[in-house]
Design a protein around this ligand. Structure first.
Ligand code: PGA
Length: 260
């Protein structure tokens, strides 16, 4: 795993935007895996600004979101479909038919989960998968204990995640306890995973992900087994890493041919 340490979330978002822009330039028909939450907001803002300046183009892009709350319709203000519309899709030229988000209101959830996997396959697989990191070390909504080879399916959230997300639901009804999420096995098949984490409250999860044992207890630790994973963190999130100096050294001495 490549670990990139930036002073703050703004610098981390800029670095992530650079990687997205390079991906789109290299392959305009890229299949992007997208994430929600507080962490990618800065990145999405930069991408929409770059689009407005005609620096990037999403017209041939296909997207797959990691997850969605069960029982929330796409028009519910707290659905991830709404989040994506507000923060990215309404501001760029991605074709509506190329946007994929699990349908939280589906009656046959196992069937739409299987179909989601098949649609990813038919699109040629995910080129660049954006990920956030839960404070309990989840990726997507794969909570601790999730199978490290899991596929898209329904999951029950744990109490900590429900608490972490409470702030978004004030007055907007009860927080769903279930989600549809890509599995860890699904995420592992992306050709490049890009994970961003920011803030002191993520420091323990970052250390477990990067330097802890690979274990279902810390689902993000599976990314140690990924062939091409880039982690971008800010200084507070890096606070509990043991090999900080080494990661900085590797980044500063990255061969020119390897730079994105
Ligand atoms: P956050 O969530 O970006 O809101 O911290 C990350 C996650 O739960 O994946």
């Amino acid at each position: 795993m490549e670990v990139i340490i930036k002073p703050d979330i703004d610098a981390a978002s800029n670095e992530a935007a650079r990687i997205f822009a390079a991906q789109l330039k290299r392959k305009p028909t890229s299949v992007l895996g997208l994430a929600t939450g507080a962490t990618p907001l800065g990145l999405y803002h930069i991408l929409t600004t770059m689009y407005a300046r005609s620096e990037i183009d999403f017209s041939l892009v296909t997207t797959f979101n990691l997850d969605e709350y069960v029982s929330l319709s796409a028009s519910h203000p707290q659905s991830y479909a709404s989040y994506m519309r507000e923060n990215l899709f309404a501001k760029i030229n991605v074709a509506l038919e190329n946007i994929h988000i699990p349908d939280g209101t589906a009656r046959d959830i196992p069937a739409i989960c299987t179909a989601y996997e098949e649609t990813i396959d038919r699109a040629g697989g995910i080129d660049l998968q954006l990920l956030g990191l839960g404070s309990d070390c989840h990726i997507g909504f794969n909570e601790p204990g999730s199978s490290l080879t899991s596929r898209t399916r329904i999951k029950s959230l744990n109490e900590q995640t429900v608490k972490d997300n409470e702030r978004y639901f004030e007055g907007a009804g009860p927080i769903p306890r279930h989600v549809i999420t890509m599995g860890i096995g699904t995420i592992m098949e992306a050709r490049h995973c890009l994970i961003i984490a920011s803030g002191q409250h993520k420091a323990r999860a970052v250390a477990a992900m990067v330097e802890g044992p690979v274990t279902a207890d810390a689902p993000a630790s599976m990314l140690q087994m990924h062939q091409h994973c880039t982690l971008i963190i800010d200084e507070p999130a890096a606070a509990q890493l043991k090999r900080l100096d080494y990661y900085r050294w590797v980044y500063e001495n990255k061969p020119a041919w390897q730079k994105v």
